[in-house]
Design a protein around this ligand. Structure first.
Ligand SMILES: NC(=O)c1ccc[n+]([C@@H]2O[C@H](COP(=O)([O-])OP(=O)(O)OC[C@H]3O[C@@H](n4cnc5c(N)ncnc54)[C@H](O)[C@@H]3O)[C@@H](O)[C@H]2O)c1
Ligand SMILES: O=c1ccn([C@@H]2O[C@H](COP(=O)(O)OP(=O)(O)O[C@H]3O[C@H](CO)[C@@H](O)[C@H](O)[C@H]3O)[C@@H](O)[C@H]2O)c(=O)[nH]1
Length: 470
């Protein structure tokens, strides 16, 4: 049984595995941390001499610069890292299933299962195996069954659940000072000992009272519950934004008034064009599937509505653009500012901007896109996935990726703010206005710009959740 962790392996060098284990390495110089991935290009980028890391995250480069080569290593040799480690994080992707039973809802646990089988196959000594990926309730049970059925003599596996709560764009701060670290274990003596071993790793920098030790199933479910409740707040405020637009109320004022109640709190009440990101939708659909599997249709319908409301918000916003531009955008050029699913990340998974552009494209608009961080190849890949039968070449006839916000806005009829990048607040809006066709429309899907200031310049401004228009 492992009691003192000296070597950690992390399987999966993505948005979670990379930053999380880089921070563990930084904060625990006595522990050797090896992050492995099957994706060679990704590992090469983590190892690149000029720190061209595969993901953009404020503060991440500094962490990697300090720890890489000291006690932090990136490798494609998964077997070796598993064999050497006494604690293994499984931090692989768990996307929504695309085919088979539960398609469109359930989590695809194929990557988790393959990683688990690989651990069982190559491990020569006892390990603590930690579920870091977000998984349905009782996945640890399946992992344990696989590990125990395939383990070598005298090799013992203890399974922990340690879901990650970092948000992209603030990952390093979230990891340095987490609201809580959740560790789920079996309540047996061995389970509790494994839990203590991982607790000691985090205790190198996280106050003990913020490290919560709970049962395995509670830990797994808490992760889905936390995301569902955060997304539910956004859908609630977005539902209210529709009422504001119809009545003349102002969603910022409503959110502020509601958030002042200390029982509600002010965070995650920002109306928007819809939440995106790789987690919220996936994890709620997972919860819906779990509820249905447990024969709880009312519970499933309740959570399902959070995703439905998000889809409605994106549709509603797209429709407002068309309605306001005199009921047609065919042949009109519009600028979409922002492509990432939120500011301070280059990640585009489930970004609302993708749906908006798809909708505008289907109305045969001409579109200029600008994002300060997203790679052009990623934009083409995302758009070809949502426009049936398209290729990057065919899309380039009507969609252009612009090198700056100012360029994107030249000669357009309307500017759509899709991501809350702070640079969109500070661009020279007078210059934008001068370069646009008139009337010059701005649609603020992020409550980002000072609408009054823009109106004084001459813009016709529509802001999500505000009754007063243009
Ligand atoms: N992205 C987030 O902000 C976030 C936050 C909290 C939790 N999560 C959860 O964490 C998990 C990982 O998410 P992510 O965003 O880091 O995903 P990701 O796709 O960025 O990274 C996963 C990595 O795992 C690698 N991988 C898959 N199978 C492997 C195997 N058998 N051996 C080695 N490498 C393998 C993939 O190549 C990929 O690079 C998911 O379950 C997600 O729901 C994500
Ligand atoms: O008031 C708000 C807050 C967020 N958003 C949007 O919601 C999405 C998600 O934002 P955020 O939660 O900040 O980013 P994620 O990186 O998706 O992080 C969420 O998902 C992660 C993956 O599970 C969890 O670990 C985090 O705790 C959880 O916040 C983005 O499109 C935001 O623009 C809003 O529209 N209004």
């Amino acid at each position: 049984m492992v009691v003192n962790v000296t070597k950690i392996c992390c399987i999966g060098a993505g948005y979670v595995g990379g930053p999380t284990c880089a921070v563990i390495a930084l904060k625990c110089p006595q522990i050797q941390v090896t992050i492995v991935d099957l994706n060679k290009a990704r590992i090469d980028a983590w190892n690149s001499p000029d720190f061209q890391l595969p993901i953009y995250e404020p503060g991440l480069e500094d962490v990697v610069r300090k720890a890489r080569g000291r006690n932090l290593f990136f490798s494609t040799d998964v077997d070796k890292a598993i064999q050497e480690a006494d604690l293994i994080f499984v931090s692989v992707n768990t996307p929504t299933k695309k085919a088979g039973v539960g398609a469109g809802f359930a989590a695809d646990l194929n990557y988790v299962e393959l990683a688990t089988r690989q651990i069982a196959r190559v491990a020569n000594s006892s390990k603590i195996v930690v579920e870091k990926s977000t998984v349905p309730c009782r996945t640890a049970e399946s992992m344990r069954t696989i590990l125990e059925a395939n383990s070598k003599p005298n090799v013992r596996f203890d399974i922990l659940s340690n879901p990650e709560f970092l948000a992209e764009g603030t990952a390093i701060n979230d990891l340095f000072a987490p609201d809580r670290v959740l560790i789920g274990s079996l309540q047996s003596a061995e389970g509790k000992a494994a839990c203590a071993a991982l607790t000691n790793v985090y205790a190198n920098w996280v106050p003990k009272e913020r490290i919560l030790n709970v049962g395995l199933w509670s830990s797994e479910l808490s992760k889905l519950a936390a995301n569902a409740m955060l997304a539910q707040r956004i859908s609630s405020i977005n539902a209210l934004s529709a009422i504001c637009e119809a009545t003349g109320a102002n969603i910022d004022e409503v959110a502020n008034a509601v958030g002042y109640d200390s029982r509600v709190g002010p965070k995650f009440l920002k109306a928007s064009v819809g939440f995106g990101g790789s987690c919220f939708q996936k994890d709620i659909l997972n919860l819906v599937y779990l509820s249905e599997s447990l024969h709880l249709p009312e519970v499933a319908a309740y959570w399902r509505q959070v995703v439905d409301m998000n889809e409605y918000q994106k549709r509603r916003f797209s429709q407002t653009v068309v309605d306001t531009l005199f009921n047609t955008i065919t042949g009109k050029r519009i600028a979409v500012l922002g492509f990432a699913f939120k500011a301070d990340t280059g990640d585009t998974r489930e970004s609302a901007a993708i749906t908006l552009i798809k909708n505008f494209h289907s109305e045969r608009a001409l579109i200029n896109v600008y994002d300060p961080k997203v790679e052009h190849a990623q934009i083409w890949q995302d758009l070809t996935e949502v426009v049936p039968g398209s290729t990057a070449e065919s899309l380039k006839k009507t969609i252009t990726i612009s090198p700056s916000a100012l360029e994107a806005c030249k000669n357009v009829e309307a500017v759509i703010i899709a991501t809350e990048w702070s640079e969109f607040k500070t661009i020279d809006w007078q210059k934008v206005y001068d370069g646009m066709n008139k009337p010059a429309f701005v649609f603020d899907g992020r409550l980002l710009v000072d609408a009054e200031k823009l109106r004084k310049i001459g813009f016709k401004v529509t802001t999500i959740g505000r009754g007063e228009r243009l």
